[in-house]
Design a protein around this ligand. Structure first.
Ligand SMILES: [Fe+2]
Ligand SMILES: [Fe+2]
Length: 472
């Protein structure tokens, strides 16, 4: 079961006293951050039925029990090493992977790890008020499960910083707790992580689309020639899958309920009157979170991305599925905006690696939307949800300089300003959502009116299990 060590781990931390002391010094700062910036109001008097990683083998990493959130056993777990692993892409293809950070790539690697690490606590901060509007105890538990695992992902990155980057790494680890989502002076690094998430529709969209960007990034980092980074991210992917499950099934349950209400309303689609979430509102939130998450993949044409690939630091998702791992000659077609028009240009594929990863991401999102649309089919409804064109509402990259509608047609500034509220959620949408999420549902087996119950509970427990217990 859970090891007695202060910091549970599978990296023989006790053999490295210096590292152990450094992490034990960081640990109370982390707990203080969790108390200050983690789930508000659920720190002291609640016990949550969560899974805790206690080892990386299939039976050990999902251990379930009730815990008070600040007492969750955040640990350091790396996937098992692959024997004789060699570098799988770039200029060093075929050479043995690195167990230490090469001096010449130290800055690039630090930047990759810090950028990934910064998103983990940021999402906990963004979601910290959601517990007060939860649609059920089942959903409240899922929220906290996601939150504690994002905390563990921060631990994973801090372990790498402390182990391989000396003094700089320790400073970066402190900075990861000092920046705060939405803080004017010390914001989180990436824009999408500075907006508060105050409705459950946004939370489910975030875990569907933004956690899936996390999956893109983790897949590409798990290819890394820095072996400890590869092993760390490989294990994080197992946890990430659950976050996307929470998002995808959360939206699926909202769609299910919306379909029921549409039938009750006589197919008028006026489900808001019945306290449900109407399809235009769902579509607008897909448009928003998909486009924000596309931005997180970075510019379509990027010398940084080319350098990361050349140096073997960050590969493509599922690199083995490609034939050419050097990518010295290949080109890739990328859309750019020139004089207000979209043109497809060929660029060296190494420079287009962000776009290559984005292609993987878009296909993965599309598969999820297709599964959602099956729900309408089952109800005999002709309505469908869709992903907007990837040029829509972009703030980063080649298409950020122009405006596009969700079909990808160029718009004038005037038309965009006039019509964007048709495509993106506005203040009235948020006010409506907050009005149907105005209280928490803490009764076991009860669900808010806008969301259907899940098909099954957690880890074999019934849907009406007391997933979060309140202590007097
Ligand atoms: Fe994460
Ligand atoms: Fe996540």
């Amino acid at each position: 079961m859970i090891s007695a060590e202060r910091i549970p781990n599978n990296v023989d931390l006790h053999l490295n006293k210096r590292l152990q002391r450094a992490l034990e010094h960081w640990q109370p700062q982390y707990i203080q951050w969790w108390r200050d910036m983690g789930p508000q109001g659920f720190q002291s008097y609640h016990r949550v039925y969560v899974r805790t990683a206690v080892s990386v083998d299939p039976s050990g990493w999902a251990h379930f029990e009730y815990v008070r959130l600040p007492e969750y056993r955040w640990g350091i777990f790396l996937a098992d090493p692959v024997v004789d692993r060699t570098i799988g892409f770039g200029d060093f293809l075929g050479q043995p992977v690195w167990q230490e950070v090469p001096g010449e790539f130290r800055n690039q690697l630090r930047r990759l790890i810090v950028t990934q690490g910064d998103t983990e606590p940021a999402s906990v901060e963004q979601q910290r008020w959601l517990g007060h509007r939860c649609p059920s105890l089942y959903d409240l538990r899922n929220l906290f499960q996601v939150n504690v695992e994002e905390g563990r992902h921060l631990w994973a990155m801090v372990y790498l910083l402390h182990s391989y980057f000396g003094r700089d790494g320790r400073d970066e680890a402190e900075e990861l707790l000092a920046r705060q989502s939405g803080n004017r002076d010390k914001p989180r690094i990436l824009d999408a992580f500075n907006e508060p998430i105050d409705t459950w529709l946004d939370f489910f969209m975030f875990t569907m689309f933004t956690d899936r960007d996390g999956k893109s990034q983790l897949l590409s980092l798990s290819e890394s020639s820095l072996d400890p980074l590869s092993r760390t991210t490989r294990f994080m992917l197992t946890e990430e899958a659950h976050h996307m499950f929470v998002g995808e099934t959360g939206i699926a349950r909202i769609i299910e309920r919306t379909c029921q209400l549409m039938k009750e309303a006589g197919f008028s689609e006026d489900v808001r009157r019945l306290g449900g979430i109407d399809l235009p509102t769902l579509q607008k939130h897909i448009n928003l979170w998909f486009s924000l998450s596309l931005d997180l993949h970075g510019n379509e044409i990027s010398t940084n991305a080319a350098a990361y690939f050349a140096n073997g630091l960050k590969g493509r998702a599922e690199e083995v599925k490609w034939d050419d791992h050097k990518v010295a000659e290949a080109e890739y077609q990328v859309d750019v905006v020139r004089d207000g028009h979209v043109e497809s240009v060929a660029v060296p594929m190494r420079n287009a690696m962000n776009e290559v990863l984005r292609d993987w991401y878009v296909a993965d999102c599309q598969a999820g939307v297709d599964r959602w649309n099956k729900i309408f089919e089952r109800h005999g409804l002709s309505d469908r949800l869709r992903l907007p064109d990837r040029k829509f509402n972009r703030g980063i990259g080649q298409c950020a300089s122009a405006h596009f509608d969700p079909e990808g047609r160029v718009l004038s500034d005037e038309e965009w300003t006039r019509r964007k509220s048709e495509w993106l959620p506005g203040p009235a949408d948020k006010a409506f959502l907050l009005s149907i999420m105005d209280r928490s549902i803490y009764e076991t087996g009860q669900f808010a009116n806008y969301i259907a119950p899940p098909q099954r509970g957690v880890k074999g427990k019934p849907v009406d299990f007391e997933y979060v217990r309140t202590e007097a």
